[in-house]
Design a protein around this ligand. Structure first.
Ligand SMILES: [Zn+2]
Length: 111
């Protein structure tokens, strides 16, 4: 986001890194975080499971939790959408690897 002097800052910046002014300009709602916007628990679970993997079980749960978390965040306005997305991506990668390894393993059986 831009500060009042026009310096570019990260989206979650509270003060300009160049001149130190409060980058939340009046009239813009992008920087306003509601007081009860807690991080979605399933989003956290999704990201953690995507990372820990646990023999593909984590990947499958990460994908499911990530999708559910996305729906919940859309309704509740909670934070954690980025975590849920990361969980979905990691889960999808894990499931793709699982499918590929099953295909390769079954291919080897017939060789
Ligand atoms: Zn500035």
């Amino acid at each position: 986001m831009l500060c009042t002097a026009g310096h570019n800052n990260t989206d979650n910046a509270q003060f300009c890194s160049s001149c130190g002014v409060n980058t939340f300009q009046p009239g813009t709602s992008t920087g306003v975080v509601s007081a009860n916007a807690a991080t979605n628990g399933l989003a956290i679970a999704s990201l953690v499971l995507g990372i820990v993997w646990v023999f593909y079980i984590g990947s499958i749960l990460a994908l499911i939790f990530g999708l559910v978390a996305h729906k919940q965040i859309k309704v509740t306005g909670q934070s954690g959408k980025g975590m849920a997305t990361a969980g979905i991506v990691l889960g999808s990668i894990g499931i793709t690897v699982l499918i590929l390894s099953v295909v390769i393993a079954s291919g080897n059986t017939y060789n």
